[in-house]
Design a protein around this ligand. Structure first.
Ligand SMILES: [Zn+2]
Length: 342
């Protein structure tokens, strides 16, 4: 029986030595030490032995068992270590290689312009008011003194959801909402997206960005309007910028005007951008129409105010010398990247 034990030991140690992975090792363990393992069988048959033989064989069997167990544990550790080493070798990181370049994004030119416009007006006390892009027809047209037969109301020019609800065609509804829910003094700007049924071309898009502003207070005059907007133009295009106001009729102002600024590209000398006139139209403005103030519950005898509005996209095109509006909406990364840091 001792011989049999030694055979089991030698044979098993050889197998353990050749094992290549943990599962092979486990199979070996079960075949020798498991419930039906050959060493277990020998230990079970011990009760057939004589009282003298039993302790001798028992001791020998335990020595064999221990040596197999130790040998399995050693081999297991060896296999795990070499697996870990193989993994480390495979996933070796060369810390001297240059790192992956992290691409730094940039604000879209329209966002840059919008932020700049807001900052200029915020610096002289305007706060930002926001409103829904889907709004009531009354806020977009009726309360703004727009005649019922005005072409802007036509189905061909405006995206209607139904008769009473539409995609706002201007940010003016925000001003109406502000006047309806606040008492003067009011001093807000309202940047945001607006929608019109325009075909896309070099200067039109069905979605574009506007920013309007409004002041309502006591004793507001046309000279306040001119002073504020002149300050704005100089902040935007530089201190040498000159402005001029031309009369223009809007249905929500009285009187109304358009403001031109000296072309920032040629500084007023005349170039392709300004059509050789030296001037570029920047915005529309005017004193608030008394009708609108009354509609919003503000007495035009007690208060006065002015409003102005400009296209953020248009200002962006002027500021960066762009000739085609489509460039800013195509989201071509090569175009957008040119504005990093500008
Ligand atoms: Zn010019």
């Amino acid at each position: 029986m001792i011989r049999q034990l030694n055979e089991i030991k030698d044979e098993t140690l050889q197998k353990i030595n050749k094992a290549e992975n943990i599962s092979q090792l486990e199979d070996i363990r079960v075949s020798v030490l498991g419930k039906k393992g050959n060493l277990t069988n020998i230990l079970r048959s011990m009760n057939t032995l004589s009282a003298e033989e039993r302790p001798v064989i028992g001791a020998a069997a335990n020595t064999v068992k221990e040596s197999i167990e130790m040998s399995i544990a050693d081999k297991k550790e060896e296999i795990l270590n070499s697996a870990m080493q193989a993994k480390l070798d495979k996933e070796y990181i060369d810390i001297t290689l240059p790192g992956k370049k992290v691409e730094i994004g940039s604000l879209h030119p329209i966002s840059k312009t919008a932020i700049e416009l807001v900052e200029i007006f915020a610096s002289i006390g305007f706060s930002v008011a926001e409103g829904p892009e889907i709004d009531f027809t009354k806020y977009n047209f009726d309360y703004l003194n727009t005649p019922v037969n005005h072409p802007a109301r036509a189905l061909t020019d405006t995206f209607y959801i139904n008769e009473d609800v539409l995609l706002r065609t201007q940010t003016s509804p925000v001003q109406i909402r502000t006047m309806l829910s606040n008492k003067p003094p009011i001093k807000v700007i309202s940047p945001g997206k607006v929608y019109r049924c325009d075909e896309i071309d070099a200067t039109h898009s069905p979605l574009f960005n506007q920013m309007e502003g409004i002041i309502v207070d006591k004793d507001i005059t046309m000279s306040d309007l001119k002073g504020t907007l002149e300050f704005f133009a100089k902040q935007l295009f530089g201190p040498q910028t000159k402005t001029k106001f031309r009369h223009h009729q809007f249905y929500f102002t009285e009187p109304g005007a358009e403001m031109d600024a000296t072309c920032p590209k040629c500084k007023g000398l005349g170039c392709r951008v300004c059509g050789n006139t030296g001037w570029i139209e920047i915005l529309g403005c005017g004193m608030l129409h008394p009708n609108i103030m009354e509609i919003c519950g503000i007495s035009h005898l007690e208060y006065s105010g002015y409003a102005f509005g400009m296209g953020i996209d248009r200002i962006t095109m002027i500021k960066y010398g762009l000739e085609d509006l489509r460039l800013v909406y195509e989201n071509d990364i090569r175009f957008i990247q040119q504005f990093i840091g500008r």
